[in-house]
Design a protein around this ligand. Sequence first.
Ligand SMILES: O=C(O)CCC(=O)C(=O)O
Length: 257
Amino acid sequence: MKMRAALDQMGVGEDLLSAKETSFLDENGYLVFPDILTRDQVRIFNDRLAALAEKEENSGLVEEGFQHGTIVVLDLVNKDPVFDICISHPRILAAVDRVLPKGFRLSSLCSRAVLPEGGHQDLHPDWHPAWWRDRKQPSDHFSCNTLWMLDDFTPDNGATRIVPGSHLGLTFPEDEMEDMQQPHPREICVTGTAGTVVVFTGHTWHSGVKNGTDAPRRSLTAYFCRRDQPQQTDQREALRPATSRRLSQATLYLLDV
Ligand SMILES: O=C(O)CCC(=O)C(=O)O
């Protein structure tokens, strides 16, 4: 199967994004899609993620490092079919296709619940040459992230910060910031209601922000990369027989298994 045939089978076409949406994504490096999940779907996701976290070592709690103060569950492709929508939603995949027109595959599907006081990260892109190879020009795009809000994202609970247009340069936050934990002068706070999805290129500077409330701020990310780039989760190795039986040929092609 080829990329275009897989996307056609999944109902993904250029016409799913308006001209305004594509130009916003091209210029700003991110695009917000409100109301992709219903309130009921969000509740089911959160219930399922809580049950899955309980089964993880240390209940999924990450206490140190880049993901400190969060609960992370990895490899959701193989943990529950309810999350299949995150790797097959036509409008979201149309945006990923816009960023990665040379073809893409799933790199990882995981959840991230930011606990009170936790979650503040260095401003970063999701792609770095140390992990693969040089990006020679701004039109080179190697990865694209999709962040699914499972709580309302507000300025108080650590809504993601993004620097619009940062994907159009070849520099990194460390080239212009002494302390990447600090606010960037051009950053914006991406708020939205639970069920909203934000698509941003792997070169767009962004980060998690400290959750200043007393409730978790939950989300899930489906991260895609070019088909010739390494995956965060080796999908072939991780694939379980039940997943292989369940998913369509086109979705399996997207996993590259
Ligand atoms: O959850 C967020 O707001 C962003 C998380 C992020 O950028 C990351 O974990 O790399």
